[in-house]
Design a protein around this ligand. Structure first.
Ligand code: F1P
Length: 290
């Protein structure tokens, strides 16, 4: 999937290029909002700027084009935001896996990632593939090299290796900074959605300032951080509280994919259906308006 995304990235280049220098607003809901946050960080790393917005908090500004991320292309608040953007004359780009969706049909430009479409209620591969696409095109544009072409192989290898130690745990904490905080929030949402277990995400060192008081033998603390000063000491501090930690030498996107799988397996362990969590639908529509 990731390999295919990288190989076919040029198809989408013109659409992304048209937005890159115009400080786009990146709009989404749920996982797609965390995707927008992660892409904002990729812009910042490339010396560019973009602002992420939850769809229900989007305010159109004709100076900035708007990019609408939605796997289904049918989420209510996102379509309302799209309508508001169009009424204000804002150029719009849709990023979705569904060609026939309202979003794909209504936006002025479209990136269709049909190969990343998924049937499951929860988003996994559409999230990681879309992020990889934007990062690869930003690398192409700026000449940066984040080693993205090594990721499909690294993922295959990681899947064959050790799993994050989430089995039997009832409390999950995900830590990261910058792009990795967005990935941590996505991992946390996945555990909450699929397992309905206590799950949180924090900016790595903020975990020391209060949240750690809830850590015990039932807690898994997973690090999404790429690295940096103090991480080892922080990990020891957390272990001393009785919690299990997970901080492998892997790219954060590979870690996220392993955490997606961990959420899936933890749900099965709890006797739940990870593809169809209780109380959640594949398309989040607000019925009965108007
Ligand atoms: C957003 C979303 C997901 C959630 C579930 C239902 O959908 O709320 O975050 O995990 O899949 O939909 P979309 O706008 O990306 O289709």
């Amino acid at each position: 999937m990731w390999q295919l995304t990288l190989e076919t990235r040029h198809r989408y280049r013109a659409e992304i290029e048209s937005m890159i220098l115009r400080e786009p607003v990146l709009v989404g809901c749920g996982s797609s909002y965390f995707l927008a946050r992660a892409i904002e960080e990729a812009f910042l790393e490339a010396g560019l700027s973009a602002s992420p917005r939850v769809a229900s908090e989007y305010r159109p500004d004709p100076k900035h084009p708007a990019v609408f991320f939605s796997r289904s292309g049918e989420t209510s608040e996102l379509l309302w935001a799209l309508e508001a953007a169009q009424a204000a004359g804002v150029p719009t780009l849709a990023v979705t896996t569904e060609p026939g969706s309202t979003l794909a049909r209504a936006a002025s430009r479209v990136i269709l990632l049909e190969h990343a479409a998924e049937r499951s209620v929860v988003e996994t591969r559409s999230f990681t593939s879309t992020l990889l696409l934007w990062r690869a095109i930003l690398d192409d544009e700026t000449g940066a090299d984040h080693g993205l072409f090594a990721l499909p192989g690294a993922l295959r290898q990681a899947f064959a290796g050790e799993h994050p130690p989430g089995a039997g745990k009832h409390h999950f904490v995900f830590l990261g900074r910058g792009m990795e905080l967005a990935l941590a929030r996505e991992a946390s949402l996945k555990v909450l959605e699929t397992c309905q277990l206590w799950s949180e995400a924090w900016s790595t060192f903020e975990y020391r300032h209060g949240p750690r008081s809830a850590a015990d033998q039932d807690t898994l603390v997973a690090f999404l951080d790429r690295g940096g000063e103090g991480l080892q000491a922080l990990e020891s501090e957390i272990r001393a509280l009785g919690a299990t930690t997970w901080r492998p030498e892997l790219d954060p996107l590979v870690r996220l994919a392993l955490l997606h799988r961990m959420a899936y397996e933890r749900a099965l362990e709890a006797g739940k259906d990870p593809d169809a969590p209780q109380g959640l639908t594949r398309v989040v529509r607000l019925e009965g308006e108007g």
